[in-house]
Design a protein around this ligand. Structure first.
Ligand SMILES: Nc1ncnc2c1ncn2[C@@H]1O[C@H](COP(=O)(O)OP(=O)(O)OP(=O)(O)O)[C@@H](O)[C@H]1O
Ligand SMILES: NC(=O)NCCC[C@H](N)C(=O)O
Ligand SMILES: N[C@@H](CC(=O)O)C(=O)O
Length: 398
């Protein structure tokens, strides 16, 4: 029996060419695996058929939309995960779920090798290969685009020679990766970091500068999980989809940044993640109300580290697993409602309420009903400042 290779198949030019190329170069049979992460666009049955037409012995399409939302986007939401304080890890979250499906397919189809179509300049190669190493350490990896220096021209020539059913005229001016958590756009004229993005770059969001009425909504969370929007019960996937629609219509979640890739390159990325940004904004605020101060402060450090680990391809790693347990524990009181106004590209919190709230009106108020004993403050402030005072006396006395 021939060896088998499981290929992470996106349906694009490179991975379509990779099917026949891997078969010719290695003599192996190729099983294509395309994972539905809510990216929309082409119908997955069309993609599946293309893989078979390009020479795959099997083509698997996995509907991982709920799995992705519940097991990957939800932990990111509970971690308020924003790499470099801004990027909600759109592609970084998708790679581990693809890896999981590749490892499962390799086992099922008796494959010895997995393949992907990443270049050698990005983060995604790391996420695929480190992920496979953690889930199925005996599998080998082939990365033809990276390891054989493919160019678009070479791939087109190869496809033409073999009459592959790929429409090579469909060339986007950018490289785009998208899923239900958001959309990442890079390359083309965006590589000049002085060039402003044009409207054509965006597809999940409307232009925030255009005049329109504001939208207002209430998100209900139960232990850190979004469970209803305006009182209507939703799954996590539905919550993200609904907020993509409503926050996207208000231009929320656009982002233009230069980011530090793991491979050392600084790269210009334009993102749009309306649902993710609206959800994180609401979730963060509910935590402000329900988490005890020291826990909240420490969690912010954990969130940053969690985001870096995920960005750096370490989803399946001991430290990430341990931080997951910490974050999960912090969510037990994150229950309640947050009201958001979506308008002009911003998601603004205008109200919060929770049975688990630590906000005590009587302690906070300056009006009638004040129960805060201000006489305790004097001594507290004196003791709090005592170390600085002692140090200052020594230093100023010199
Ligand atoms: N939905 C998906 N299902 C399975 N694998 C995927 C999916 N999306 C991307 N990949 C894998 O991740 C790699 C990198 O994705 P990226 O978005 O950078 O490339 P692409 O331009 O979509 O792919 P192609 O190489 O087919 O032109 C792809 O080459 C493919 O191996
Ligand atoms: N357009 C793309 O293919 N982007 C994938 C990478 C997006 C982002 N910079 C990341 O590393 O997660
Ligand atoms: N997916 C792109 C970009 C990235 O990984 O950041 C690549 O393979 O190069």
């Amino acid at each position: 029996m021939s060896e088998r290779v499981v290929l992470a198949y996106s349906g694009g030019l490179d991975t379509s060419v990779a099917i026949g190329w891997i078969a010719e170069e290695t003599g192996a049979e190729v099983v294509a695996v395309a994972v539905d992460l809510g990216q929309g666009g082409e119908d997955l049955d069309t993609i599946r058929k293309r893989a078979l037409d390009c020479g795959a012995v099997e083509a698997v399409v996995a509907d991982a939309r709920d799995e992705f939302a519940e097991q990957y986007c939800l932990p990111a939401l509970q971690a308020n995960a924003l790499y470099m304080d801004r990027y909600p890890l759109v592609s970084a979250l998708s790679r581990p779920v693809i890896v999981k499906h590749l490892a499962e397919a390799a086992k099922y189809h008796g494959a010895t090798t997995v393949a992907h179509g990443c270049t050698g300049k990005g983060n995604d190669q790391v996420r695929f290969e480190v992920g496979i190493g953690a889930l199925a350490p005996d599998l080998k990896v082939i990365a033809p685009v990276r390891d054989y220096a493919w160019t678009r021209e070479k791939a087109i020539a190869w496809a033409d020679d073999r009459h592959l059913p790929i429409d090579v005229t469909k060339k986007s001016p950018y490289s785009v990766d998208q899923n239900v958590w958001g959309r990442a756009v890079e390359t083309g004229f965006l590589e000049d970091i002085w060039n402003a993005p044009i409207e054509d770059v965006y597809s999940y969001t409307q232009n925030p500068a255009e005049p329109r009425d504001a939208d207002e909504l209430v998100i209900t969370f139960d232990k850190g999980v979004p469970v209803a929007i305006d009182g209507e019960t939703v799954t996590v996937l539905q919550a993200i989809q609904e907020l993509n629609r409503r926050a996207g219509a208000q231009g929320v979640g656009r982002l233009d940044m230069v980011e530090d890739r793991l491979v050392g390159i600084k790269s210009r990325e334009v993102y749009e993640a309306p649902g993710a940004i609206a959800l994180i904004t609401a979730h963060q605020e509910l935590e402000n109300v329900t988490l005890e101060r020291d826990l909240a402060r420490f969690k912010r450090q954990v969130e940053q580290r969690w985001g870096e680990l995920v960005y750096d391809g370490l989803w399946f790693s001991p430290l990430k697993y341990a931080l997951d347990s910490f974050i999960e524990n912090t969510q037990q009181h994150v229950t309640g409602e947050v009201r958001l106004v979506l308008h002009g590209g911003r998601a603004v919190v205008t109200g919060r309420r929770s049975e688990e709230s630590l906000y005590d009106f009587n302690l906070a108020t300056y009006d009638e009903g004040d129960t805060f004993d201000q006489s305790l403050a004097k001594g507290f402030v004196q003791l709090w400042g005592l170390p600085s005072k002692i140090a200052a006396k020594r230093d100023l006395g010199r």
